[in-house]
Design a protein around this ligand. Structure first.
Ligand code: G3H
Ligand code: 13P
Ligand code: NA
Ligand code: ZN
Length: 328
């Protein structure tokens, strides 16, 4: 069945685990995630970005997620709008049966320009009022997502501020977080704690802490009843990076957020962990390798099968590491 994010994350908070929220654009991703969830008995958050909507189209996207819920009646599935950049986008998502939305008012509607406080509060409060009337939960965002090492928001396209960010905005302020939640009544809050979107988070292998764990603790202490969300949580698996680069790819050297640090964040209130890049890398690595080894094959099912297996492996590992397993 479809459930709201609030239902899933309240259970996660009560039992001290985190739930990965995987981005989906196509059937293979949805199937990989659901198979992993079924094998580990995990609740599921499937989230769709504006880019996903542009790629698949709203009806295909919605029916793919509804198909997941139908095929796995014993697994709770939350259908979440990722980075809704305006009240209109979120209202359309609610209309088309999403059980959870994100009003990302940290950026203006263009998804690039950092907004001011009043704008963020106003649009987020508006979405919360409407969503809650429909039984739909809301995630807001406060702060500017960006790597503490590079000062960059990450992705070239997709959602994220452009250019080098003001360092003071790279960490969400705990007092502001408390005030924001009080004014908007969001169910969950995405915070800036040193992560960024995409595959290029860090240029060097992580040695010390890449996440501002102490900041997570401070924010959690101020808003213990608001579920914290960590965007940009891909770990950029080095084994998949190697497979990609050895089979014609050229992603260079790059690093993500170590799983152990995410697990540390989960101990201090992080409940929703957004992952997209890691599944993209597993799919690409699997397909590149298969193509290189099987030059005579041309049935897409032949190479999409290993792609699904690669993605499923990442999903199972995250469900197990985050403590999601066994909680469906
Ligand atoms: O927030 C970014 C997600 O990774 C979605 O990316 O906008 O390319 O679909 P996308
Ligand atoms: P990654 O690019 O680290 O996978 O983050 C995805 C994300 O935050 C989607 O909202
Ligand atoms: Na989101
Ligand atoms: Zn995100």
């Amino acid at each position: 069945p479809l459930v709201s994010m609030r239902q899933l994350l309240d259970h996660a908070a009560e039992h001290g685990y985190g739930v990965p929220a995987f981005n989906v654009n196509n059937m293979e991703q949805v199937k990989a995630i659901m198979e992993a969830a079924a094998e580990t008995d995990s609740p599921v958050i499937l989230q769709a970005s504006a880019g996903a909507r542009k790629y698949a189209g709203e009806p295909f996207l919605r029916h793919l997620i509804l198909a997941a819920a139908e095929a796995y009646p014993h697994i709770p599935v939350c259908m979440h709008q990722d980075h809704g950049t305006s009240p209109a986008v979120n209202i359309r998502a609610i209309q088309s049966a999403f059980s959870s939305v994100m009003m990302d008012g940290s950026l203006l509607e263009d998804g690039k320009t950092p907004s001011d406080w009043d704008y963020n509060v106003a649009v987020t409060r508006k979405v919360v009022d409407l969503a809650h009337a429909c039984g739909v939960s809301v995630e807001g965002e406060l702060g500017c997502l960006g790597s503490l090492e590079t000062g960059m928001a990450g992705e070239e396209d997709g959602v994220g501020a452009e250019g080098k960010l003001d360092h003071s905005k790279l960490l969400t302020d705990p007092d502001e977080a408390a005030e924001f939640v009080k004014l908007t009544k969001v169910d969950a809050l995405a915070i800036a704690i040193g992560t960024s979107h995409g595959a290029y988070k860090f240029t060097r292998p992580p040695t010390g802490d890449v996440l501002a764990i102490s900041r997570i603790k401070e924010i959690h202490a101020r808003i213990p009843n608001t579920h914290l969300v960590m965007h940009g949580s891909s770990s950029v698996p080095q084994d998949w990076l190697k497979i990609i680069n050895e089979n014609g790819g050229d992603l260079g050297e790059t690093y993500g957020v170590p799983v152990a640090e995410i697990v540390e964040g989960i101990k201090h209130g992080v409940r929703k962990v957004n992952i997209d890049t890691d599944l993209r890398m597993a799919a690409t690595g699997s397909i590149r390798k298969y193509m290189a080894e099987n030059p005579k094959k041309f049935d897409p099912r032949d190479y999409l099968k290993p792609a699904m297996a690669g993605m499923k492996g990442i999903c199972k590992a995250r469900y197990e590491a985050f403590g999601t397993a066994g909680n469906a």
